[in-house]
Design a protein around this ligand. Structure first.
Ligand code: MV4
Length: 500
């Protein structure tokens, strides 16, 4: 086993990996940019190295500076977390060349899944179902039009080098194709330095369902059930859950076996995720593979009882998987809320700044993976994910109840967050019924503008609160707050005393 691991990342995921290292008796090395000197991951690590200015290109994305820190610290392995260098085959190769183990798949497997057209060709060979579409990049708008007519409208125009929805266009009729084709090409060229675009038949109102896989370096691959990530905003996941309310045991086994086959077809090792689109009839299609640990891995950890980060480290150290497929049992239900520093009043624009006060939830069935502390200044240079609040229960209803309770314990002062959105989503009938597909959040936001209070409204609410608890107030013991939880007489009297 490794004695020392460097974590080439920041924020909550760096803290998560440090925890796994410490549980395995491994020393953890942090790296940090100039604005992250005081960050939580730096405090939690056993040693830390500066790697440059705030701009990620000059710090967390600098292969040279990270390998330099690995050499200085004597780390034997690097965990890349997610984002940054985690899916960069050149980084995986540079690690190997420097004699440092990259905790992730081989560079060749990343490349086989990196381009969507190449991934589709590889999946076709492996017999994995994928959305009907063109096998190769399109040369002209004319070719695109011919193919689209064959596939039938609506179609999706996608960038081969894209992912996560970037450079993607939905096209309803032939008339829209020529301009969309040119626009998609130049957008792809600018965003990815690669103008290859191709067509897929569009799946209407799909659900995003992904399968977690784990493969050791001895030929064993297992699947660990699915996550339903249908609740997204502009291709940014907001709520994820496991298991999916729409996946039956048969569909799970079918998707799982296909995910294992897809992984084995590209020589995959370590943790990976196969993304599928599922239509309303229960058909599913390969979309892409994420060749890294994902943000939403905790929901899988809670329903399987496994520690994915520890397993990643043990796999990278050459250990065989310590269990077989038939040993994997799913139990209970887990739901994750991604807490972002963003302003619901201002179109969810990033809201960096100083966290002036913080009350963090805990208690039965609650897991909080956080990268912040009171007094910390959330920098504006990076992804605004602050923490992940995960609720677990024997049933979906219990998980939701615990999450709602925890959301009411959670207070974050000084910056705006999307916490108010979760309080609303977790009461939405469509979500409660397990019927939310990828269109849910945009419909939901239109129907119910979710925003925190303005200053005037806050003054009015404080006034109403004072009235409620003040002299001559409610005395029948049946008052309850707006969340439907009983408020005790003790609490009311205590407040009254405190306000005297
Ligand atoms: C699609 C699709 C419908 N049909 N492809 C968006 C993110 C990227 N990973 C793929 N995406 C989609 N691809 C076909 N052929 C609909 C989406 C899509 C979507 C997928 C998953 C989660 C949320 C989504 C929101 C809008 C569109």
């Amino acid at each position: 086993m490794f004695k020392k691991i460097l974590i080439a990342n920041r924020g909550e995921i760096a803290v998560r990996v440090i925890r796994a290292c410490h549980e395995l008796g491994i020393s953890a090395v942090a790296v940090f940019s100039e604005v992250d000197r005081g960050a939580l991951h730096v405090q939690r690590a056993d040693e830390a190295y500066p790697i440059g200015p705030a701009a990620a290109a000059e710090s967390y994305l600098s292969i040279e500076r990270i390998l330099d820190a690995a050499k200085k610290s004597g780390a034997e392995a690097i965990h890349p977390g997610y984002g940054f260098l985690s899916e960069n085959p050149s980084f995986a190769r540079a690690c190997a060349k420097a004699g440092v183990k990259f905790i992730g798949p081989p560079a060749s497997a990343m490349e086989a899944m990196g381009s969507k057209t190449r991934a589709r060709q590889n999946m076709e060979k492996a017999g994995v179902p994928f959305v009907p579409g063109t096998a190769k990049g399109l040369r002209s708008a004319k070719e695109a039009e011919q193919m689209a007519v064959k596939l039938g409208f609506p179609v999706m125009l996608k960038a081969a080098a894209g992912g996560g929805g970037k450079g993607m266009r939905l096209i309803d009729s032939p008339a829209d194709l020529p301009s969309a084709f040119d626009a998609a090409r130049s957008e792809a060229s600018r965003a990815f330095g690669d103008d290859e675009v191709y067509l897929e038949k569009a799946i209407v109102n799909p659900r995003h369902i992904e399968i977690q896989v784990l493969a050791d370096e001895h030929g064993n691959t297992v699947y660990l059930g699915e996550r339903d990530c249908s609740i997204q905003r502009r291709h940014q996941k907001v709520v994820e859950e496991a298991p999916s309310p729409v996946v039956s045991p048969e569909m799970r086994r079918h998707m799982g076996e296909i995910a294992v086959r897809a992984s084995q077809a590209v020589g995959y090792t370590n943790a990976g995720t196969i993304e599928f689109l599922a239509d309303e009839a229960g058909n599913f299609y390969f979309l892409e593979m994420n060749t890294r640990l994902q943000v939403e891995h905790p929901v899988t950890e809670l329903v399987t009882g496994l520690d994915l980060v520890q397993l990643q480290i043990r796999i990278a150290a050459g250990e065989p998987l310590p269990f077989r497929q038939q040993d994997v049992q799913l139990r209970g239900h887990a739901i994750e809320c991604r807490v972002y520093a963003e302003d619901p009043d201002n179109n969810y624009f990033p809201s960096p700044g100083k966290i002036t006060s913080l009350a963090e939830p805990s208690g039965p069935g609650i897991r909080l993976d956080s990268g912040i502390y009171p007094g910390w200044n959330v920098p504006m240079e990076y992804d605004p994910l602050l923490a992940k609040l995960v609720g677990y229960g024997e049933s979906r209803e219990q998980a939701i109840g615990r999450l709602r309770r925890a959301l009411n314990e959670y207070y974050l002062g000084g910056i705006k967050t999307n916490l108010p959105l979760f309080r609303d989503v977790l009461q939405a009938p469509e979500f409660l019924a397990g019927k939310a597909n990828t269109g849910f959040l945009s419909r939901f936001a239109m129907r119910q503008p979710c925003r925190s209070a303005t200053q005037d409204e806050e003054i009015a609410m404080i006034g109403a609160g004072l009235f409620q608890i003040g002299a001559g107030g409610v005395t029948n013991g049946e008052s309850s707050n707006r969340c439907g939880f009983e408020e005790s007489a003790w609490k009311r009297i205590g407040r009254r005393e405190a306000l005297r």
